[in-house]
Design a protein around this ligand. Structure first.
Ligand code: FES
Length: 548
């Protein structure tokens, strides 16, 4: 590293080689992470940002031949380093054997982690072309894939290593004369292995604002006020958006009962209270910490049992409603914490118990489960000159997404072009429209393109989880092993808002008899509101015992 004299003073001079090209790093980029430099300065978006703290491996690159997390290195520390990204692996149009092997072995699913996996393999095969299982496991420690299959990765590694050693290699026949039974590469396989396939956060719109959500720090409270004056004084902050900018805007997959920005009753720590819009993500992040929230803290309930107990505080009552005083209120009797109650049955279950040789009477529980997709949520809204808009986001429901964007933009749905971008994993967790509605409100209010990307922490905090269930199961069995009857009671923690509860519990009671023919059946399902994060769709939803 050399010092260099400029008109503004003495600065370090940092030069790196990236994909065989030398780059002198500009002074204003010295504090950037290598990941951000690659993505935002050079437009090399093959390295992905899954966690930004060295845990997921999606940002892997080679630094002097070693596989490294690019989010952990500042540019000022990389002087003289030789960096290889996934974009530099192929030889023109000819894929590297590792990339080709990933396609042949069908490694990818959503593909978000694929560039990081490929660079981990590249680092491994630089050290040895005959890797042992232990060496492969070590190289893949912390290279997380949520939806793919590691055994296929191992096959791809052995194939690539053999080809790189110059050994003979014959691929298993996967395409047969009959189309049915054949395996073909994914249509976007080349984009996934070269890093050229774009996910939402890989899009860059010149002049766009970056958003940071301010969430509630209280699980149950009345919002008394938001003071954004300090945040607004930060150079580069353009606007702090609150409920006043979208007072009638609610979202939710089935019942629209969740405010896009809360202005009254706070029901969980996943409640969005404000959106800071700034010229860069760093400015927005820093300014969001300066937004002051004034709360009146209210009693909270964190389990469905508590929520349904006599005298439990109401999760849903808004104390700011006319006629209900904010200060000095007393908690109301709990009559509003039931999200849904339903019952199905057939035959005579009491008769079945009377005739049973064996009765099994047990209680079970399942836990809240996080989807764990590697790509965090992101939405970009762009205003066009003709009064129309484009929204780019990762959704599971394109038409619902367009209609909700239109509500947030206060325009006709015909004026919104919703672009469904490659989804980097979802498993049911990207089924609501909060992020795109926030970016649309930002665009409506500022007239500029707005991107809202969640950090890993914010993603974990906000998006709905699998319902935790408590189950009381009573089974009547005959002496010859036949199931005569089943009676059960399912209690689900629905969290703060309705979300998918009104669809999931009906499925749960129906699925609760499993694959068996049971002549006498009696099932009751209840979902309760609590002050936890909302529960929603997650992999095979409604089957309470399903493993993730
Ligand atoms: Fe690995 Fe989706 S294919 S996270």
């Amino acid at each position: 590293m050399r010092n260099k004299q400029t008109k503004r003073g003495i600065f370090m001079s940092v030069t790196v080689t990236i994909n065989a090209k030398p780059h002198e790093v500009a002074d204003e980029h010295l504090e950037m992470s290598l990941l951000r430099y690659l993505r935002e300065v050079l437009g090399l978006t093959g390295a992905k940002c899954g966690c930004d703290r060295g845990q997921c491996g999606s940002c892997n690159v080679l630094i002097d031949g070693e596989c490294r997390r690019s989010c952990l290195f500042k540019m000022k520390k990389l002087d003289g380093k030789d960096i290889l990204t996934v974009e530099g692996l192929a030889d023109g149009d000819k894929l590297h054997p590792i990339q080709e092997s990933f396609i042949v072995e069908g490694v990818m699913q959503c593909g978000f982690c694929t560039p990081g996996q490929i660079m981990a393999v590249a680092g491994l095969l630089r050290k040895t072309l005959t890797p042992t299982r232990e060496e492969i496991d070590k190289a893949f420690k912390g290279v997380l894939c949520r939806c793919g299959s590691y055994p296929r990765v191992i096959k791809a590694i052995h194939r690539a290593a053999a080809i790189m050693r110059g050994d003979e290699w014959t691929d298993e026949k996967r395409v047969f004369d009959d189309v049915i039974g054949s395996s073909y590469p994914m249509v976007d396989a080349v984009g996934k292995v070269t890093g050229s396939l774009k996910y939402v956060d890989d899009y860059y719109v010149p002049g766009m604002l970056c958003g940071k959500v301010v969430w509630s720090e209280e699980p149950s409270a009345q919002l008394l006020g938001i003071d954004a004056s300090e945040a607004l004084a930060v150079p580069g902050v353009v606007r702090v958006i609150t409920h006043a900018d979208c007072p009638d805007l609610y979202y939710g997959p089935l019942a629209m009962d969740a405010p896009v920005l809360c202005g009254g009753r706070i029901r969980s720590r996943a409640e969005p209270l404000a959106l800071v819009l700034a010229e860069t993500q760093e400015i927005a992040n820093a300014a969001a910490k300066l937004v002051k929230i004034d709360y009146e803290i209210l009693p909270a309930v964190f389990s469905p049992h508590e929520a349904l107990s006599p005298g439990a505080p109401s999760v849903t009552t808004d104390y700011a409603k006319p006629g209900i005083p904010i200060a000095g209120h007393s908690a109301p009797e709990s009559d509003g914490n039931v999200t849904l109650k339903l019952h199905i049955g057939k035959g005579d279950v009491e008769k079945a118990f009377a005739e049973a040789a064996v009765i099994i009477d047990e209680e079970y529980s399942s836990q809240r489960i996080e989807h764990g997709y590697i790509e965090p949520e992101c939405s970009i809204t762009v205003p066009l000159e003709n009064g129309r808009y484009v929204n780019y986001s990762n959704s599971q429901a394109a038409f619902g997404a367009r209609d909700n964007c239109a509500r947030a933009l206060e325009c006709d749905p015909e004026k919104v072009n919703f672009c469904q971008i490659q989804v980097g994993g979802s498993f049911g967790g990207k089924g609501d429209h909060l992020l795109r509605m926030l970016s649309c409100v930002g665009t409506r209010v500022t007239g500029r393109a707005v991107r809202v990307t969640l950090s890993r922490e914010d993603s974990l905090r906000y998006h709905n989880k699998r319902h935790p269930f408590e189950m009381h199961e009573k089974l009547a069995v005959a002496a010859d092993g036949r199931i005569l009857g089943l009676q059960n009671y399912l209690l689900g923690d629905g969290g703060a808002y309705t979300y998918f509860s009104t669809r999931i519990m009906p499925q749960a009671v129906c699925y609760s008899s499993g694959p068996y023919v049971i002549p006498n059946f009696d099932s009751t399902g209840v979902v309760a509101f609590t002050n936890n994060v909302s529960s929603g769709a997650m992999r095979g939803y409604g089957s309470p015992w399903k493993a993730p």
